[in-house]
Design a protein around this ligand. Structure first.
Ligand code: GDP
Ligand code: MG
Length: 399
């Protein structure tokens, strides 16, 4: 019995050792046996044999296919794969003189307002009916009642002492009076660079559909074109699409977008955006907000809270109210509501390209006592222009 067990143990040990040798020899066999003489390199590789390693262990780093010389001997081609997260960055157009470049977009206001007034003023007899027509023209272009009366009064006075009325004289006169109405001396710079700290903080507010997100995106481009680094805060958390839309704008110019969960707290997204802007050493943080106007109280609470929470970091430098120029009087009502909620520091008038009501510039400034700082003149990425009264009035009355 003991002998049998011993014999079995010996047998197992011997077999194990043999097995180990076999395995060991398999491991050591790394290369197939060298081919006889003058190997034919065009021949297909030798078939693997049973017991061959599935893959020859590599000492050298794996080479990509691009580094291998092509059969026809052409040089290796370096194919750069763009990283998925970094799309090509666009270089926005410079901002100086944009309004002049985009003046043709104001053609509807030019025809209705500028040319309309010049034609009326050129009439041989400036009777009461004509003055009434002039007044109507201004009102139709949304200049507003008070500013219209002021302008008509000034024009009547000046035309009286003019005697002859050459087209050139009338143009000069109208230009001067419209400029006075639009306001030459207001500070229209968008405050993005406070002297004592970084980043500057800008909030963009307004009713949905007026062009807030588009304007925020375009403004980011303006700032980037001017050499500033920008962080975007997607504080419109009601639809994920809104944050996507903003992020897309940001990616095009290399601006980082801070966003939160859909339906999340807008104030905390805004807070985080400023926090990240600080950490990144950004020059400016632009905060896009939601603008539901169903319940004034809800809006009040929400916007007010966003501003208060952001101001735990630093004061907000600029609150831009975005108004759709095509909505006329409705826009003025919106302006009033928003002004009650937050201190508006600047107005952005969008969609001036699609309207004959360029006079809204005058009316809304009067309404809020705040300057129009930017105007939207199209859906294109660079269709946002700093508002320049002279270029604007020149565009209205034509060359
Ligand atoms: N024609 C024209 N369309 C504009 C302008 N600004 C914005 N829009 C369009 O208005 C629509 C609403 O804009 P969006 O930024 O989403 O508005 P939001 O809801 O206030 O964020 C979009 O189709 C924009 O392309 C502008 O200056 N001119
Ligand atoms: Mg939006």
């Amino acid at each position: 019995m003991e002998i049998v067990i011993l014999a079995v143990v010996i047998a197992v040990v011997v077999l194990g050792a043999l097995g180990g040798l076999i395995v060991g020899s398999r491991r050591k066999k790394q290369l197939p046996p060298p081919p006889p003489a003058a190997p034919d390199i065009t021949a297909p590789p030798a078939e693997p044999h049973v017991g061959d390693e599935a893959e020859t262990p590599r000492e050298e780093p794996r080479r990509t296919i691009e580094e291998v010389d092509l059969p026809d001997g052409s040089a290796p081609v370096a194919v750069e794969e763009p990283p998925a997260e970094a799309p090509e960055i666009e270089i926005p157009e410079p901002t100086a003189g944009r309004l002049v470049r985009l003046r043709a977009r104001l053609s509807r206001s030019q025809n209705a307002l500028g040319q309309g007034l010049l034609t009326l003023l050129s009439r041989e007899h400036l009777d009461e009916d004509t003055w009434e027509e002039i007044e109507d023209t201004l009102l139709t272009a949304d200049v507003g009642v008070q500013p219209t009366q002021e302008l008509v009064e000034r024009l009547r006075e000046r035309v009286k002492v003019l005697g002859t009325r050459t087209p050139e004289e009338l143009r000069t006169l109208l230009r001067e009076e419209l400029l006075t109405l639009v306001g030459r001396d207001m500070d229209r710079a968008v405050k993005t660079e406070p002297e004592d700290r970084k980043p500057g903080i800008v909030m963009v507010v307004g009713v949905n559909g007026t062009g807030k997100t588009t304007t925020t995106g375009k403004l980011a481009r303006v700032l980037v074109a001017d050499g500033q680094s920008v962080v975007l805060g997607a504080a419109d958390t009601f639809r994920a699409a809104a944050a996507d839309q903003l992020q897309t704008w940001g990616e095009r110019v290399g601006a980082h977008t801070v966003r939160g969960p859909e339906g999340g707290d807008p104030a905390s997204v805004a807070f985080d955006a400023v926090k990240e802007g600080k950490e990144m050493g950004a020059n400016v943080v632009l905060i896009d907000t939601a603008g539901r106007l169903h319940t004034k109280t809800g809006l009040m609470d929400e916007l007010g809270k966003v501003k208060r929470v952001v101001e735990k970091h630093a004061p907000v430098d600029e609150v831009l109210l975005v108004l759709d120029a095509t909505t006329g009087q409705n826009g003025l009502v919106q302006a009033r509501v928003f002004a009650e909620v937050v201190d508006i520091t600047g107005i952005v008038l969008t969609k001036l390209d699609g309207t004959a009501k360029g006079g809204i510039v005058v009316a809304v400034q009067r309404e809020l006592g705040v300057p129009v700082k930017l105007v939207g003149l199209g859906e294109g990425a660079d269709d946002l222009a700093p508002f320049e009264p002279e270029a604007f009035v020149d565009a209205l009355i034509g060359e």
